[in-house]
Design a protein. Structure first.
Length: 97
């Protein structure tokens, strides 16, 4: 589950994250305090990683079409969260989204 979540956060957004971090390194402290948490946040809620039912979905995803669909839905949600955070960070940094 964790590898799938971080694939959403890092793998698919790596170039955008690099760009935003470069811009952030040139920003002042107030902007840093607002943007850094957005760029470093996990794509899932804190309790998700501990949820046994969610762990089972990802453990069984290759053996069950139902679990695969559920896993993909979770991944889409994580991707949407990542995209929203990156768009918010870009707006705060004054760069195109």
């Amino acid at each position: 589950m964790l590898s799938a979540a971080f694939a959403q956060a890092l793998g698919r957004s790596a170039a955008r994250l690099q760009q935003l971090w470069r811009v952030l390194h040139q920003a002042d402290g107030a902007v840093w305090a607002s943007v850094a948490p957005l760029l470093g946040a996990a794509p899932f809620k804190a309790g998700d990683a501990e949820d046994p039912a969610l762990q089972q979905v990802f453990a069984e995803r290759r053996r069950s079409a139902r679990h695969e669909q559920q896993a993909q839905a979770w991944e889409q949600g994580w991707a949407a969260r990542v995209n929203a955070r990156l768009a918010q960070a870009a707006a705060l940094l004054g760069v195109p989204a």
